[in-house]
Design a binder for this molecule. Structure first.
Ligand code: PLP
Length: 451
């Protein structure tokens, strides 16, 4: 028989438990209060199979930038599916959705980031980047320049390559990663690791770890440095102001390609089209996904500068995905970009949503559980602590209070995420002031209950 939204929740949960394997979950945890079956969504609200309305302060997985329920995207997808549901861009063929999207991205991206290599999502795009930067240096006669430096706690995806770039210890413990020639330096998390240093001193010290690593490995061996302008899944770690200028200086000095992973930061999340513009860096490659289509279709890619794209174009780059530039996903992404532009969503972020959110977010430090509160544009984090003055950690296993708080949020119909004992938000960019007010009612209630 057909399984539908209208079946009793318990039956849907039982089928899910029997057959559906969930990412980053254990069966025990899934079973505890039962998975919630999400049936529809509109704007910033999800609806579950019990009819509860849940405020999604994470925009799904940091991706639904224009909010849920935009019919225009559904119509574009249906039209494209009828006209040309699939064709590839291998072997001397192209199609309008892919070339038009590449053209639009070249217009939006800063500097000479004029060329796009498409992928199915962010993980695949970062795998592309690993092979592209190594191939670039090999073609330049420097095959030994193949080490990529990344950061601990970074999240760059779940494929073998992208998870190797990432610095998540839990991921490195499984499945034979990292692959060779990936090196990790520390993240600029002043709250947790800054000790007696000022944020400015700490930012410089952490950036200089890149230089130390390059000198240790040998500058002839380092191909690229990859980082998110604002580290997302690592805890929305906002680097001190001194950090990025120093990183840029070091990359320039040692001829290291700079890859900005814009999978979360791109498409308005930080108040500019790209996070690189917010933190003032000039990457050679930007990884994009998520907000590119606002999550309505799976698509990602790498936006590549003239120099690297020129070299790669001159050799046969033996790399590509069946769904590179998938016409339906590309058409949906183009429509999403049209909406972002024509509805001036980034102006709304800068002038309305982000300033209001920042005021309310930073005021959370008056709560007894909250140490620091950091926010850039529409991505924010708070550090939970038993003692603000000393930036102390809880005696319990790291993540315990974070998990409790997340569960209180969920019970209060609010999706918020925890990374260890940091709580994170990344709401749809179209959120209104009234919806922000409602979000804070639920956040404060949940924090009070967790305290
Ligand atoms: N890079 C960053 C910064 C991400 O946050 C993510 C996903 O959360 C990825 C890459 C991986 O993207 P995807 O899940 O689309 O493969």
């Amino acid at each position: 028989s057909t399984i539908t939204n209208h079946m009793p929740t318990a039956e849907l949960q039982a089928i899910d438990a029997a057959h559906h394997m969930h990412p980053f979950s254990t069966n025990e945890d899934l079973a505890k209060e039962g998975v919630r079956v999400i049936t529809r969504a509109k704007g910033v609200y999800l609806t579950d199979s019990e009819g509860e309305e849940i405020l999604d302060a994470m925009a799904g997985l940091w991706c639904v930038n224009i909010g849920y329920g935009r019919d225009e995207l559904a119509e574009v997808a249906a039209r494209q599916m009828r006209e040309l549901p699939y064709y590839n861009t291998f072997f001397k063929t192209t199609h309008v959705p892919a070339l038009a999207l590449a053209n639009k991205l070249a217009e939006l991206a800063p500097g000479d980031l004029n060329h796009v290599f498409f992928a199915g999502g962010g993980s695949e795009a970062n795998d592309t980047n690993i092979r592209m930067v190594r191939t670039y240096w090999a073609e330049k006669g420097k095959p030994e320049k193949n080490v990529i430096i990344s950061r601990h706690n970074a999240y760059h995806g779940s494929t073998v390559g992208s998870a190797s770039l990432g610095g998540m210890a839990g991921m490195h413990a499984q499945g034979g990663i990292p692959i060779p020639n990936i090196h990790h330096i520390n993240q600029p998390n002043w709250w947790a690791e800054g000790g007696d240093m000022t944020p400015e001193e700490f930012g410089l010290a952490r950036a200089r770890e890149l230089e130390e690593a390059i000198l240790e490995l040998g500058e002839d061996r380092v191909a690229a440095f990859i980082a998110e302008p604002v580290q997302g899944a690592g805890g929305v770690i906002v680097a001190p102001d001194t950090y990025w200028p120093e990183i840029q200086r070091i990359c320039d000095k040692y001829e290291i390609l700079l890859i900005a992973d814009e999978v979360i930061c791109g498409f308005g999340r930080t108040g500019n089209w790209f996070g690189s513009q917010t933190v003032g860096i000039r990457p050679h490659i930007m990884t994009i996904a998520k907000g590119l289509s606002s999550g309505y279709a799976p698509i990602g890619g790498s936006i590549v500068c003239d120099e690297v794209a020129g070299v790669i174009g001159n050799c046969e780059f033996n790399h590509g995905y069946t769904y590179s530039g998938h016409p339906v996903a590309a058409a949906v992404a183009l429509e999403n970009l049209r909406i972002l532009e024509e509805e001036k969503v980034i102006d709304h972020v800068r002038n309305v949503a982000a300033p209001y959110l920042k005021e309310k977010w930073e005021a959370l430090v008056d709560h007894p559980l909250v140490g620091e509160a950091r926010i850039v544009g529409m991505m924010g984090s708070i550090a939970l602590t038993p003692e603000k003055e000393t930036r102390a950690k809880f005696a319990s296993e790291p993540g315990t209070i974070g998990l409790i708080t997340r569960e209180r949020c969920f019970a209060n119909n609010l999706v918020m995420r925890h990374v260890g004992d940091r709580m994170i938000i990344s709401p749809p960019l179209i959120i209104t002031r009234d919806e922000i007010d409602e979000m804070f009612v639920r956040i404060r209630k949940s924090l009070d209950e967790a305290h």
